[in-house]
Ligand binder design. Structure first.
Ligand code: SAH
Length: 263
């Protein structure tokens, strides 16, 4: 039985956006909270599930448009818990995947505040589901790597490209659209085949969902063609082989090699 006494903090995964992908536990927690601090990536349909009597505070962070820095968020949730509130810290996807969960766990523990995590469906799972493919492939894609290509403006991502350029792996690259050209170049330079299947999925599970399936050498073109401003994930690897039977509309950029799928 889930415990949510006054003065406790739950880090809750909101999933990728579709409110039906919220766990039952997450829904129970946001209804039992007295205050919910939520991120910019929490889907509007999920926010609609928060009862009117629960106070909501946006602490939204989108790349380049930080409304609150991490230390301020840590202080806010700790202060609310010490004031006796039942605090939900609602985060897009899974709180433990590129969700700054460690900072918030540490801040709570340092202040003697009881804290727990409710997992959520991560963007990579939602993106694979919207493509209708598996992230692993028996005997071929034996590893699944969660990586982020997020960088400060103007800098290049510092990743272990040699380790990532692994033909046996599926790469799920979060915050990677802006770095798509660099990702494509580095992976090829480190030996990954130019025709390795790649997909970009934007707004996975949300109404504006769209995806482009292509190959590694055409990833920069595909990233330009995927022009929306929603969150986007790159998936790279043999497991992403496009399903030939799925009806797909081809992009004008490279008719036979980039295919677009819109929800
Ligand atoms: N904790 C989140 C990830 C936060 S990092 C999770 O587990 O999903 C934010 C990045 O996640 C975005 O830049 C994007 O790369 C990815 N992302 C989050 N929601 C997404 C969605 N609905 N569709 C595609 N990518 C998404």
């Amino acid at each position: 039985m889930t415990q949510f006494p006054d003065g406790m903090v739950w880090l809750v995964g909101a999933g990728p956006g579709d409110p039906e992908l919220l766990t039952r536990k997450a829904e129970w927690l946001i209804c039992a909270a007295s205050v919910v601090f939520f991120d910019a990536l929490v889907g509007p349909g999920v926010l609609d599930l928060i009862p009117a009597g629960v106070r909501t505070v946006s602490v939204g962070k989108r790349s380049g448009r930080h409304s609150k820095d991490q230390a301020s968020i840590d202080r806010l949730i700790v202060a609310a818990a010490l004031a006796g509130e039942r605090v939900v810290r609602l985060k897009g996807g899974d709180p433990a995947i590129f969700g700054r969960a460690t900072e918030e766990l540490d801040a709570c523990r340092a202040a003697g505040v009881s804290v727990a995590i409710c997992p959520g469906v991560t963007a990579a799972s939602a993106a694979a589901a919207s493509l209708g493919c598996s992230l692993t492939l028996r005997g071929m894609a034996r590893k699944l790597v969660f990586a982020t290509a997020h960088v400060r403006a103007g800098a290049a991502p510092e990743l272990d490209w040699q380790a990532l350029a692994d033909p046996d792996a599926t790469l799920a690259i979060y915050m990677g659209k802006a770095a798509a050209a660099e990702v494509s170049r580095q992976l090829q330079a480190h030996g990954l085949a130019e025709d390795t299947p790649v997909a970009i999925v934007e707004n996975a599970s949300l109404p504006g969902e769209q995806s482009l399936s292509t190959r590694l050498d055409l990833l920069p073109l595909a990233a330009k063609a995927c022009s929306g401003s929603g969150p986007a994930l790159l998936l790279i690897g043999t497991a992403l082989q496009p399903v030939p039977s799925r009806a797909q509309q081809c992009s004008h950029l490279a008719l036979s090699t980039i295919s677009r799928h819109t929800a």
